[in-house]
Design a protein around this ligand. Sequence first.
Ligand code: DQA
Length: 147
Amino acid sequence: MTTTIMILNGPNLNLLGTREPDIYGAETLADIEAKVKARAEALGLAIDFRQSNIEGELVTWIQDARTSAAGIIINAAAYTHTSIAIMDALKACGLPIIEVHMSNIHQRESFRHKSYVARVADGMICGLGSIGYELALEAVAARLSKD
Ligand code: DQA
């Protein structure tokens, strides 16, 4: 059976490609999914790539990942900076977690500097655009082959 990595995207990331392209670039979320899927296949992994604007839906998906996935890559978008519920769900999942942000959140407004996800993630990649998702996949793959 192929090992599956759940890749979760939070609010407004469905608008990538048209949303603030000076910050987030011109690629759509579907473009990113296709690129990450190809990288996953090369690593012998499968991905379950999802996006939601709803906090509770993301919490439910993180709970589901406990039985359906071997790791989580998450760009929780604005919920990164606000959601104790997502942090708690991640903490309970017992899986490797890599946090991703397209932009460098530390160079932006001070309210983006705090990440609840970072408190429970194994690592964070930010500021590298969509390549961050691919690097996160490499990190999860390395982590799984070490276990
Ligand atoms: C983001 C950064 C967040 O601060 C912001 O709310 C987003 C996207 C990023 O990928 O750079 O929606 O997570």
